[in-house]
Design a protein around this ligand. Structure first.
Ligand code: THU
Length: 131
């Protein structure tokens, strides 16, 4: 799966966004180290704070799908409403939990790759609890 293909999966997922309040559509597609792809969109709620970002929805789909393949090689994020669309801070933390190595955003219609450490430097994570 190329990064362009992963981004296409994120774009496709954005079409499933449930966004009656923000009207801001986001899709995320995770590529696991085992080669699986898990995609999801953001889902909002009338109790606004219960809304869920696309990235975390995709992480939870991945974690439920196969406990043996939960390491994230890359996540692509796409929005027809803003490009590039970078993950929010909460999602960065949750992506880090599963070892996310790279994020891919859309710039001028093409994938733009960022090492994960560039978007969440000095991260706190599971390794800090093992000291
Ligand atoms: N949102 C995401 O799904 N991912 C992001 O990276 C940024 C924000 C969603 C949350 C909410 O449904 C809408 O976009 C506006 O914040």
């Amino acid at each position: 799966m190329t990064r362009a293909e992963l981004l296409a999966r994120a774009r496709e997922a954005a079409g499933s966004a449930c966004v009656p309040y923000s009207h801001f559509h986001v899709g995320a597609a995770i590529l696991t180290e085992g080669g699986a792809v898990h995609a999801a969109a953001n889902i909002e709620n009338a109790s606004y704070g219960l809304s869920m970002c696309a990235e975390r929805a995709a992480v939870f789909a991945m974690a439920n799908a196969d406990p043996a393949d939960r390491r994230i090689a890359a996540v692509a994020i796409a929005s027809p409403d803003a490009a590039p669309c970078f993950p929010c801070g909460a999602c960065r933390q949750v992506l880090h939990e599963f070892g996310c190595q790279e994020i891919v955003v859309e710039r001028d219609g093409a994938p733009e790759r960022h090492p994960f450490g560039d978007i969440l430097p000095h991260a706190f994570g599971p390794e800090d609890l093992e000291r």
